[in-house]
Design a protein around this ligand. Sequence first.
Ligand code: GLA
Length: 422
Amino acid sequence: MIKRTFAIILATTLAFPAIILAQKWEGVADTPQMGWNSWNKFAHRLNEQLVRETADAMVSEGLLDAGYVYLNMDDCWHGERDENGFITCNAEKFPSGIKAVSDYVHSKGLKFGIYSDAGRKTCAGYEGSFGHEYQDALQYARWGVDYLKYDWCSSENINPQGAYALMRDALRASGRPIFFSMCEWGSNKPWLWASEVGNSWRTTGDICAVFDSVSNRSWMNSVMTIVEQNVNLRKYAGPGHWNDPDMLEVGNGMTTNEDRAHFTLWCMMAAPLILGNDICNMTQDTRDIILNKEVIAIDQDRLGVQGLRLRSEGALQLWFKPLENGDWAFCLLNRDRNPVDYTIDWETLCFTDTEVSNLSTCFDRTTYSIRDLWEKDSRKANKGTTEKSLTVNVPGRDVILYRLSPKDLSACGIGALPVSSK
Ligand code: GLA
């Protein structure tokens, strides 16, 4: 009898392997995550006061209203493990403890994120989660954590698929829906295996506040170096599992043009929008970029398709992203330092996105209205239609970004397109 029961269990397990695997948390990443993270600007200067002040500013600056809901602490919050192996925080940096800080963040209507590492040590040398995965996930859940960024330092001889699946299972077992942000830098091609594991995965090494650089050798990557690595991975991204080309550097030292181009490209690539600047001290230019709701809507579009680079013409790059209701985002990027005049001849830009969405730009069959999303004067934002060509001037290291809306959807053969319920 015992033998028979065992045989049945074994047969069931083999036939339905999924039943013995935990699932990642779903419903937390229908669109790319938005928020703020301490690392790019503050690194080891993370502390309780910074978190509280940033939480206040995220609300008073209108960032929460614009969709930036996660406040994420990166590396350097850790203390030692206690006598039972539970992780503690650095009591000097966090005198009230993590639960009190998390409660404060939640009291502002925000969600709270934390950082750990699949290896023995974090990248800054603090306690990693290796060997403590379930215990750490439980502790995070007790603290009210909503988001875990999980790094890959000190991971020698650790299997990446196993390590990330282990933490996925631990987060699931904690009982609290926690966004799982994998930070393995693309080293083991997570796009090929992680759609059932993480809600997003880093595709590159670390970003820095440099727009373009000739050298690709350093660990710190310029915006354009990262774009080159992320652009060809679009077929792996979608609702629930996003390519993550790293956090934003807007407001951290690039020019306003470069910041605008960087932000726009992240939106065109349906990238996570995790701010990395000092929210408590922002210039108006920075605010104008990160709070532009129509640009954010390109990133957050419910279709969830990472945009594509259709072609390059000299320093100019032509990008498209299919959107809900037959709309398209169109971006002209000027990679060069000098401004470029360009005539957009819409009929030459008819194509079908055969790689991901199967949607077409139908400039030959219907006209689209053109809305300039970076034009501050709303009376000037209407740029007419695609009926005739349009000559534009693209400033150096900057973009033009349009939202194109078709006059006649049926002309494009789009009957069954997901239509917004908003
Ligand atoms: C790695 C990550 C960064 C940051 C640091 C913290 O380099 O890629 O995003 O989290 O570790 O030490």
